[in-house]
Design a protein around this ligand. Structure first.
Ligand SMILES: NC(=O)c1ccc[n+]([C@@H]2O[C@H](COP(=O)([O-])OP(=O)(O)OC[C@H]3O[C@@H](n4cnc5c(N)ncnc54)[C@H](OP(=O)(O)O)[C@@H]3O)[C@@H](O)[C@H]2O)c1
Length: 282
């Protein structure tokens, strides 16, 4: 079904490229059915030579050819983009937006049409096909639209469907989450170096430890607290380290990190709306 759809990506940056390459690699879409747009011609040339997709600097023309329009520009640019393309958008076209902080209502308001809109909050591991994504349906999106959007997302990772009011939490947890994990990998590496390991060895071990531990949670479905208990022998090394992590508040710190990032996502969305003269949503 998706294979037959013409998909236009507005914005060919990190996220746009990851989604397009994911679709092509998974053979969910044919290169001739994908149109990438961007401001920079050099970027489009590179997309065309790597993926053999069609490219255009003309957003209106690219949108008019599409069944599905995927918005992949920065949130600051999107209102101009929507204002520019609204005259060519047809009501049956599905709009998928990966923009942080722009609600489906805003998109429908700006284009002044009741198009089906699906919002996705991806994270940077989509570039290696291991993204964690939240997806929500706008007011006019139906099951068929959800299935198409989920197919697009599953080409580059795992998807959870949530109500739209939880999208800022997705931003705070998995959207910004890679930054927290990179800090943990870096800190574990420093610990290894502190205790005498060469840095490259420490980095490889720290990275694989995070990857392997996550995989074990995912593949066994065993609660992480139980897995933690399994590797914690009485009077051993892990429990000594855990005592230290608890003393310094690792868990409340991580909880607060997600809470703070979520609040900041809401705040940024409100600032964006204010700066663009849009009414605030409750
Ligand atoms: N990166 C992340 O970890 C992450 C996570 C979750 C969600 N997101 C969302 O994903 C979106 C894209 O992020 P990104 O990291 O891919 O950003 P990016 O690399 O800056 O990509 C945006 C691209 O869109 C182009 N663009 C700007 N205005 C345009 C226009 N009018 N028409 C066509 N193309 C235009 C930009 O060109 P110029 O560079 O020339 O301006 C750039 O190539 C953002 O809205 C962000 O909220 C990102």
């Amino acid at each position: 079904m998706l294979l037959q759809k013409k998909i236009t990506f507005i914005g060919s940056g990190n996220m746009g490229e990851a989604l397009m390459s994911g679709l092509i690699n998974a053979k969910l879409s044919r290169p001739e059915n994908i149109i990438a747009t961007d401001i920079l011609q050099s970027r489009l040339d590179s997309m065309n030579s790597q993926y053999h997709i069609r490219t255009s600097q003309d957003n209106q023309k690219a949108v008019s050819e599409a069944d599905i329009v995927v918005l992949c520009v920065k949130p600051q640019a999107v209102l101009n983009v929507l204002d520019h393309i609204k005259t060519v958008i047809r009501p049956e076209q599905l709009i998928v937006s990966i923009l942080a902080g722009i609600t489906s209502d805003t998109i429908n308001d700006v284009i002044a049409k009741n198009n089906p809109v699906i919002r996705v909050m991806p994270n940077i591991p989509v570039v290696v096909g291991e993204g964690a994504m939240g997806l929500c349906l706008g007011e006019f999106a139906q099951e068929e639209h959800k299935l198409l959007a989920v197919q697009i997302c599953e080409a580059v990772g795992k998807v959870q469907i949530v109500p739209e009011h939880l999208m800022d939490v997705i931003t705070g947890l998995s959207g910004s989450g890679p930054a927290y994990i990179y800090m943990i990998i870096e800190a574990l590496t420093d610990g290894g170096v502190m205790m005498g390991l060469p840095r490259d060895v420490a980095l490889k071990l720290a990275t694989q430890t995070v990857l392997g531990s996550a995989k074990l949670v995912q593949e066994t479905n065993v609660h992480p607290a139980v897995l933690k208990d399994h590797v914690t022998t009485p009077g051993g090394t892990a429990i000594a380290a855990i005592q230290e992590l608890e003393r310094h508040g690792l868990r409340p710190m991580m909880i607060r990190a997600v809470e703070t990032a979520t609040r900041r996502a809401t705040e940024l969305s409100q600032i964006l709306r204010k700066n663009n003269g849009l009414k605030n949503e409750s």
